[in-house]
Ligand binder design. Structure first.
Ligand SMILES: NC(=O)c1ccc[n+]([C@@H]2O[C@H](COP(=O)([O-])OP(=O)(O)OC[C@H]3O[C@@H](n4cnc5c(N)ncnc54)[C@H](OP(=O)(O)O)[C@@H]3O)[C@@H](O)[C@H]2O)c1
Length: 292
C-alpha cells in the first residue's frame, strides 16, 4: 500500500486530494488529516458514501499542524499503525488565508506548521518518498515586491531555517509597531504572501537536508474554497468571472508531485504542474521556468 498523509483534508483542496489519491490507484491509502475529529469523520463519511469500497483505504488522522503536541501524537499514532511499513508521502495542505488577521497565527499554520510536520514525519517516510508542500502563488508574488537582498534570501538554494526565522521575527516586530516593512525590504508585509514565501524557502532547506526524499512545493491555483470565499463574496463577481476553479482542479500539481516523474528536489511548481520561479508569478499560459 502507498500510504499518504494529507493535512487539512476535511474540506477544500485537501478533501479533493484524498479523493484523487484514492481514485488514482487501488494500492493507495489515505490518512485524512483533520484538526477536528468530527469534521474529519464527516469528510471520511462523505467519501465513503460516494465510493463504499474506499472505506478500507481512508483513516482520519487527528492533526493540528500548529500544535506541537498534536503533531507528536499524530506521529506516534502513525508509528504504531505502520509498524515496519513506511509512508509513501506527506502533503502539507493545511493552511489559513486572509480571514486570519494576525501574522503570528498565519505563520503558525502556513510556515511553522509545514516545518513541524516535515520534521516530525520525515523519519516515517520511505526512501524515495514524497513531501508536497501546498504553498501559493502569493509567495512568489510577495517576493517580487521585496528588496533585492530579500529576493536573494527567498530564492537561495542554500537558505538556512535560521535565516527564514529571522525574517519572520523581523516581520512580527514590525507587525507589533516597530519599524516598517518597506525599510526592512519586505514590501507591504502582506502576511499570507510572506507566510507562503517563507514556506517555499523552507522547502528549499528541507529538500537539501533530505536528499533521500522528493521534497517540492506547489500552488494549487485559484480555487473556490472556504479560504477564498471572503474574497469571492466581497468582489460582487462570480467564481467563474474571477477565474476560480473547483477544488478538484487544485489537485493537479500536488498529484504530479506525489506520483509524477521528478528529477530534481526543492522546486516550486505552478498549478499546471510545471516549474515556476520563486520570485515572480508565472501564469499557466506562460512557458515553464527553466532557471536555477
Ligand atoms: N483556494 C485557493 O485558491 C488557494 C490558492 C493558493 C494556495 N492555497 C492553499 O491550499 C491549501 C488548502 O486551502 P483550501 O483553499 O482548500 O482552504 P480551506 O477549504 O479553507 O481548507 C483549509 C484546510 O486547512 C485546515 N487547517 C487550517 N488550520 C489548520 C491547522 N492548524 N491544523 C490542521 N489543519 C488546519 C482546515 O481545517 P478546518 O476545517 O478545521 O479549519 C481545512 O481543512 C492551503 O495551504 C492554502 O493556502 C489555496
Amino acid at each position: 500500500m502507498r500510504r499518504i498523509v494529507v493535512t487539512g483534508a476535511n474540506k477544500g483542496i485537501g478533501l479533493a486530494l484524498v479523493s484523487a489519491i484514492l481514485e488514482y490507484a487501488d494500492d493507495t491509502y489515505a490518512y485524512l488529516g483533520s484538526r477536528d475529529a468530527d469534521r474529519g469523520a464527516a469528510a471520511r463519511a462523505s467519501l465513503v458514501a460516494m465510493r463504499p469500497a474506499w472505506a478500507s483505504r481512508i483513516e482520519v488522522l487527528p492533526l493540528d499542524v500548529a500544535d506541537d503536541r498534536s503533531v507528536a501524537d499524530a506521529r506516534a499514532a502513525l508509528e504504531a499503525a505502520l509498524g515496519q511499513d513506511r509512508l509513501y508521502g506527506v502533503v502539507n495542505n493545511a493552511g489559513v488565508g486572509i480571514a486570519v488577521q494576525e501574522l503570528a497565527s498565519m505563520l503558525a499554520v502556513n510556515t511553522h506548521g509545514v516545518r513541524r510536520v516535515c520534521e516530525a514525519f520525515a523519519p516515517l517516510v520511505a526512501d524515495g518518498g514524497r513531501f508536497v508542500n501546498v504553498t501559493s502563488a502569493s509567495g512568489p508574488m510577495f517576493v517580487a515586491k521585496c528588496s533585492d537582498e530579500r529576493k536573494r534570501l527567498f530564492t537561495n538554494p542554500d537558505v538556512q531555517w535560521s535565516q527564514i526565522e529571522a525574517v519572520m521575527e523581523e516581520a512580527l516586530r514590525i507587525a507589533s509597531g516597530h519599524g516598517t516593512y518597506a525599510v526592512a525590504g519586505l514590501a507591504d508585509g502582506e502576511s499570507y504572501g510572506l507566510s507562503k514565501a517563507c514556506a517555499n524557502a523552507f522547502t528549499l532547506a528541507f529538500a537539501r537536508a533530505h536528499p533521500r526524499l522528493h521534497v517540492n512545493a506547489c500552488t494549487p491555483g485559484f480555487i473556490e474554497t472556504d479560504l477564498t470565499r471572503p474574497y469571492l463574496e466581497s468582489s460582487n463577481r462570480t467564481a467563474e468571472e474571477l477565474g476560480m476553479k473547483p477544488p478538484a482542479a487544485g489537485t493537479r500539481a500536488p498529484m504530479h508531485l506525489l506520483f509524477g516523474t521528478l528529477e530534481v528536489n526543492g522546486r516550486y511548481y505552478g498549478s499546471d504542474a510545471r516549474r515556476s520561479p520563486l520570485d515572480r508569478y508565472r501564469s499557466p499560459s506562460d512557458p515553464e521556468y527553466l532557471g536555477p
